[in-house]
Design a binder for this molecule. Sequence first.
Ligand code: FES
Length: 304
Amino acid sequence: MTIDERDDAPPAIPEVTQEAIEARAFRVAVAAFVIAVAGGLSAAWGYWSDEDRVLGVGLGVALLGIGFGMVSWSKYLDLDENVVQQRERLRTTVEERDDFAEEIKLTKETVGRRKLLTVLFAGSLASLAVGFIGPIGSLGPKPQGERQRTGWGEGTRLVTSNGQPIPASSQIFDQLATVFPEGSIGVDDGQVVLLRVQPGLLTERTIERGAIEGWVAYSKICTHAGCSVGLFGIDDRKPDTLRQLVCPCHQSVFDPVDSARPIGGPAPRSLPQLALAIDDEGFLVSQSDFDRVVGPISWTEGET
Ligand code: FES
């Protein structure tokens, strides 16, 4: 007696037909593309609702769904199948004609399924594109060779984040303030650190570059890697008193009384200086834009 003839023999595993495999691949492909569509739409919703997690998860689901869908679709198409057409006889029998009719019927069903898959595939790609529209749009306008320009220009008032202009007569010394060009409050590349020191402390080149009555203004964007230079300190240990602008990211130190030249840390060049003037109403204004490009531009190293 063989194992198959015994009563306790395990049941025979049913043979899986090619049709069943294709049907399953079809269902998986449809499900994957539907999930991809849902993922793409969720990502779009997440972007507009400021839900970063939903945005990230949605895009991930959309990409995975499209990937799974394409793999299942290729299984459904059975791309490895070899088809051999026999051409010995040109006359057909009744059975052959019946078979042919059956085949046409099956082909119609298959074409219908392919249309559905094509539509779902296109829909999932479209929803993925919708999901990416927001993040791509957030990259901002394309640079047009105007990197050197900021909101500063001739006669632009320096204002605080509240829009208050700075009276040149202010007697507040050695206190750092962040100011913006009037009309461009909050714009990153225009932000400036403003400081007033006793005029006699400033070096000649600092005055030549636009310091006025002890006021000096420099770009707030660190020339090392673009962090905000937001710290100011005075080291008054003998014999000298040192004023320092410090970038907290990697501890670059700049000398505010000497054109913000770097005196410590990795910053390769001084902070761009904003030339100042005083308008008819006694408020601080800029003479022009910065004296050079703001930010970490290592290829202009050598400027001081
Ligand atoms: S970004 Fe300022 S020191 Fe690195």
